[in-house]
Design a protein around this ligand. Structure first.
Ligand code: ZN
Length: 407
């Protein structure tokens, strides 16, 4: 079903080894690609931070690469969009249409189309995935996989937007291969798999400042743990293809987006307390990005992608069936992303690496979440499988696309 590059196979057929995944592999080094996912990255909030010099690492990627909006699907949310990126097929086709599917928390067994980690593994590309949403329970890959958002566990039985620790995971494996779990506990400690659950209206009432500050402190702990995990994996378990994701930015934006008093849902007891909380998440992300960039060399392709943006609620959305439905909980949210029209909350896309144009702005909706998998496969010289609906983002590459595919 998935063809290899036969010309390439003939050239390298004299240099073959058997990998731990049980496959014959060429010893020719493969391109290294690191994808950093930021859940709900909002360019409206990021642009002023770039201008103020508070995101120096992202500024470096922009200067040395291509960037723009990333068209998303309608009513976007994390599992729905990530599974679309994994497979380059529509939510109705791949089956993971939301947090819950038929009343059950979305999980990898629901995927009806082949995800990119499987295709890459079959083509002898080593794969590392860490905290990528909707990857629980983990699946075998030619490398490792550590699950992310929608992992179930103690105090997080439904797995929806809560934070079980690695030792508290229940109902499936969070780490592949299983033996890697003990190694991670030893070297990283018992880290949180996902970001903290947002507080409910009841928890906040009368204790707003105290609850907000305690929550933000916990978010910082989670980001520190995640930074340690990412750095460890990149240095101790380097893989050809690596995909790592952060989720606390989006979670913070939902209820602490710095909105003006005339916005829907504004409550001064909550929204006037820490107006910098949401921008601060991106300053925190930029430090994580700096750690990642230090752990890789300049021949590595770096993609920073967001599944959707996040915007303040709007008055006419109050009658929209999607309004206030984000994350299915009782938090008084003041920003969201599951607008019926996904073009209202585009994601974002940044790319830097060998043969990628510098200082390129993508206009309009040139890039979409459907294009991520075909573009990554293209870098490895793997033909786009027939069910995939996106296209290779040839416009970001210098010269002829074939020179990239066969490098
Ligand atoms: Zn969200």
């Amino acid at each position: 079903m998935f063809r290899c590059s036969c010309a390439q196979a003939a050239i390298t057929s004299l240099l073959l080894v058997i990998t731990s995944f049980g496959q014959v592999q060429s010893t020719k080094p493969k391109p290294r690609v690191v994808v950093i996912g930021v859940n709900g990255m909002e360019l409206d909030v990021i642009r002023p931070l770039l201008l103020k010099g508070e995101m120096p690492n992202l500024a470096k990627v922009i200067k040395n690469g291509a960037y723009g909006k990333l068209r998303t699907v309608n009513a976007p949310n994390c599992p729905r969009v990530y599974s679309t990126m994994f497979t380059s097929t529509r939510p109705e086709e791949h089956g993971v249409t939301g947090f819950l599917v038929g009343g059950i928390t979305a999980n990898t067994n629901m995927l009806k189309e082949e995800p990119i980690w499987s295709i890459l593994s079959k083509h002898n590309v080593t794969v590392g995935m860490a905290n990528v949403p909707a990857t629980f329970p983990v699946m075998p890959v030619n490398g490792y996989m550590i699950s992310g958002m929608l992992t179930r566990g103690k105090n997080c039985e439904d797995g929806v937007l809560c934070a079980p620790k690695l030792s508290e995971v229940e109902g499936g494996d969070a780490v592949y291969p299983p033996a890697m779990k003990a190694e991670l506990l030893k070297n990283i400690g018992d880290f949180y798999i996902d970001c903290e659950r947002m507080p409910s209206a009841e928890q906040l009432r009368g204790h707003e400042t105290e609850v907000i500050d305690a929550w933000l402190k916990q978010v910082n702990v989670i980001r520190e743990q995640q930074t340690k995990l990412f750095d460890y994996l990149l240095r101790s378990h380097p893989t050809d293809f690596t995909w790592m994701v952060q989720s606390c930015e989006d979670r913070t934006g939902h209820w602490l987006y710095p909105i003006a008093p005339y916005n829907v849902g504004y409550n001064p007891k909550i929204n006037a307390v820490r107006p910098d909380a949401f921008p601060d998440q991106y300053i925190g992300f930029d430090k994580v990005l700096g750690t990642i960039l230090q752990a890789i060399d300049h021949n590595t392709y770096v993609f920073i992608i967001s599944d959707h943006g996040i915007k303040p609620l709007r008055e006419f959305e109050e009658t929209d069936p999607h309004a206030h439905m984000d994350h299915e909980k009782t938090t008084p949210v003041i920003a969201k992303h599951d607008f019926a029209d996904g073009d209202d909350v585009p994601g974002s896309f940044f790319a830097m690496g060998p043969g990628i144009k510098r200082d390129l702005r993508l206009m309009g909706f040139e890039a979409s979440v459907y294009d991520i998998a075909p573009t990554i496969l293209h870098i490895y010289g793997i033909a786009q499988p027939e069910p995939m609906r996106g296209h290779v983002l040839t416009e970001i590459f210098e010269g002829k696309e074939s020179s990239v595919a066969q490098r």
